[in-house]
Design a protein around this ligand. Structure first.
Ligand SMILES: Nc1nc2c(ncn2[C@@H]2O[C@H](COP(=O)(O)OP(=O)(O)OP(=O)(O)O)[C@@H](O)[C@H]2O)c(=O)[nH]1
Ligand SMILES: [Zn+2]
Length: 322
């Protein structure tokens, strides 16, 4: 390989970079939001801990998103440059208009799947969200909202529904607009969470209550990037007063509704996942194949009729769109 001659400026830049790496002066940062070719990075160390810096990032880092942990350094113009991206513990992606997957948010560990007393929850929609959570590796919490609307008529069906998911090992919680913000913050403590769910269940109302605290600097990101938060469709990270972070954007709230494959579905139903290796045929589609362990579990009740029905229904949707 021919040795490339470096000009003076390039040599100085490399020397500066090596010096920084040698004395470890790269700064730790957390990406709060991504805007075009820039990110808002919150300083995680030093005298300016917690302050936001508008940073460029090198193309070889790919796309940086809210929740990313980075190494950055300040630049002379008062902004900064991101130099390195820490390994992500989880990554949420969404298809863009051309169907290509784009990263949306990183390092989330908990998703609140919000359902409500009204509109009436549908198993197959809940299960779609659960499958999506399982695929990304997020811990789902099924959060029943609008409990002020519980009556003798709807109570039995709702408690059966929650019990069904608890039996599968999922966490559940209940809330309503009458709960204090303190009770809500308790649920979000110690995690980086997102809230997702069907239209009308009360996601915006809940998030508004969570973020109404003065201590949350909701305007900070728009100040640092010169754009209003109200026009923001990009995911943004918020620190909650009791501890824990919330990442939110309109796309995140409906994250489950992307394309699925049959293999995603069997993996995402946690009680079906271990069965698929027991089918007689490796390429079993769990329909009418002899020796299908999934079908057998549907028939003898090891998979609840509600989940079996919902599995079939989502499978039907997958086949209709592929
Ligand atoms: N009774 C009752 N109504 C609520 C509660 N929380 C929210 N609502 C109402 O439910 C409706 C829908 O709430 P939103 O917060 O807009 O729901 P959303 O999930 O954000 O809906 P989309 O924006 O369509 O995704 C509004 O009229 C709220 O006032 C609650 O705890 N109890
Ligand atoms: Zn099978």
């Amino acid at each position: 390989m021919a040795k490339r001659r470096l000009n003076h400026q390039q040599q100085r830049r490399i020397a500066r970079k090596q010096a920084r790496q040698a004395d470890g002066s790269g700064r730790r940062g957390l990406v709060i939001a991504h805007h075009g070719r820039e990110v808002a990075v919150e300083s995680q160390d030093g005298d300016d801990l917690g302050t936001l810096h508008r940073c460029h990032f090198r193309a070889n880092l790919g796309t940086l998103v809210a929740g990313d942990e980075v190494v950055w350094h300040p630049t002379e113009d008062g902004h900064g440059v991101v130099e390195a991206l820490a390994e992500r513990r989880s990554l949420l992606e969404r298809p863009d208009r051309r169907g290509r997957l784009k990263p949306v948010a990183a390092n989330i560990d908990r998703v609140f799947l919000m359902i409500a007393v009204e509109p009436e929850p549908h198993d197959n929609l809940i299960d779609r969200y659960l499958v999506a959570a399982e695929l990304v590796g997020l811990e789902p919490v099924l959060l029943l909202n609008k409990t002020d609307r519980i009556s003798d008529d709807n109570r039995p069906a709702l408690s059966q529904l929650l019990q069904r998911y608890e039996a599968l090992g999922y966490h559940t919680a209940q809330t309503s607009q009458n709960d204090s913000a303190t009770e809500l913050h308790h649920l979000f403590m110690g995690h980086t969470s997102i809230v997702a769910g069907q239209s009308g269940v009360g996601k915006s109302s809940l998030i508004r209550r969570l973020l109404s605290d003065d201590r949350i600097r909701t305007g900070a990101v728009s100040d640092s990037t010169g754009r209003g938060t109200h026009t923001t469709t990009t995911a943004q990270l918020y620190h909650l007063p009791a501890g824990g972070d919330l990442i939110d954007s309109p796309g995140i709230r409906e994250f489950a509704l992307g394309h699925l494959e049959l293999a995603d579905l069997t993996w995402g139903f946690r009680e079906i996942r271990p069965l698929t290796t027991q089918c007689r045929f490796r390429d079993c589609r769990h329909r009418k194949e002899p020796g299908c362990a999934v079908k057998a579990a549907f028939e003898d009740g090891r998979v609840s009729p509600e989940r079996a029905h919902s599995f079939e229904r989502i499978r039907h949707e997958i086949e209709a769109t592929s």
